[in-house]
Design a protein around this ligand. Structure first.
Ligand code: KG4
Ligand code: ZN
Length: 334
């Protein structure tokens, strides 16, 4: 069979990324230009600044990717692009670049849902095995998804309010840690003691999550301690917080695997980099004879390789789009 090369484009938040992936599983080249250092100064992503920087970066990233892959646009079979969900201005930059390339080089255009991309980051490690349950944990999403085959996404539950990564970043902020604080809170969590009492969120037997109560509890705790003139023990707070998050995520995930008689678990999204979550899931899956896979660290946060990976399967299914394709800030994974 002829090899298929998909060029992926991702610009849904603050990373401008282009990648070329062969047959949905083999990364040829990926370039990611992160704007974290710019947004750090504002304590979070500023949408208008993000889109302006995508405009500045997209051509540079595209050219660099083709150069690293030693390929030309003529060698590409199709162009896959994140159409949503995400920041609308940011999405539009990647989408317009993809449409232009599709028009100029006469290549099929493939719309990709950002969360499908995160899930398929695991296909770059080893082929997905079905049925599987995907735990999607990122800055914007917390979802449990059942997949019986490629591209069949059945949402079992999701967050009712804040996403887990968002919760990490807000907790980090109140602790005086700069954006995005998730990785540092994770690091600190390994140095402290679990001595702050925090509420277990939405312990209701459903597959839904809720993190705003936990976030508020941490914020209130920090403010109360400050008012009393007490110093917060950052590492202890990080440990206590992370333990609650790990307990909540793993409990619901293991329950879903059991209820649906599924033996394969994949974890996806930026928070899949979390060491506490990785360690506990590996432990639980070993005990329950479940295979668990995590994306490579470089594919946890936003990147275009994951978009090109899922783009391959959409291309094989003929799921291409006309140039009328528009971006969507919100969109259900279907
Ligand atoms: O997937 P991603 O790049 O963005 C979205 O699609 O939302 O995820 C970024 C999120 C941020 O909230 C960041 O703080 C979080 O992932 N994150 C972590 C860790 N590494 C990244 N959160 C907890 N522990 C980590 N090690
Ligand atoms: Zn993402």
């Amino acid at each position: 069979m002829k090899d298929v090369y998909i060029l992926g484009i991702e610009s849904s938040c603050d990373e401008t990324s282009v990648s070329i992936v062969k047959n949905g599983c083999e990364e040829i080249a990926t370039v990611i230009l992160s704007q974290i250092d710019i947004h750090k100064n504002f304590g979070g992503v500023v949408p208008e600044i993000a889109s302006r920087n995508h405009v500045k970066n997209i051509t540079i990233v595209l050219e660099e990717c083709l150069e690293r892959a030693k390929m030309h646009m003529e060698d590409i079979d199709a162009i896959a692009v994140t159409y949503g969900p995400g920041l609308i201005g940011s999405l539009l930059v990647g989408l317009e670049a993809a449409k232009t390339l599709s028009f100029v080089y006469n290549k099929p255009l493939i719309p990709v849902h950002h969360i499908a991309g995160h899930i398929y980051a695991n296909n770059l490690v080893e082929p997905l095995q079905f049925p599987l349950i995907a735990l999607v944990i990122s800055g914007g999403h917390t979802e449990l998804v059942l997949m019986r085959d490629h591209l069949q996404f059945e949402k079992l539950g999701s967050t009712l309010d804040d996403a887990v990564g968002e919760c990490y970043d807000k907790v980090a902020r109140v602790m005086g840690i700069s954006y995005p604080g998730g990785p540092l809170v994770d690091q600190l969590a390994h140095e402290g003691k679990d001595c702050y009492s925090l509420p277990i969120p939405l312990d209701d037997g459903s597959y839904n999550f809720s993190f705003s109560g936990l976030k508020s509890a941490v914020i209130n705790l920090v403010h109360n301690e400050k008012q009393r003139g007490n110093k917060i023990k950052k590492a202890d707070l990080a440990t206590s917080f992370q333990n609650v998050v790990v307990e909540t995520l793993t409990k619901k995930t293991m329950q879903a695997l059991k209820d649906y008689h599924v033996n394969h678990l994949i974890v996806a999204g930026g928070v899949a980099a979390n060491q506490g979550i990785r360690t506990r899931l590996v432990e639980l899956c070993e005990q329950n004879h479940i295979t668990v896979s995590f994306p490579d660290m470089k594919y946890c946060t936003d990147n275009a390789a994951m978009i090109a990976a899922v783009g391959y399967y959409l291309y094989q299914d003929g799921k291409t789009s006309s140039l009328k394709l528009n971006s969507k800030s919100t969109s259900e994974l279907k």
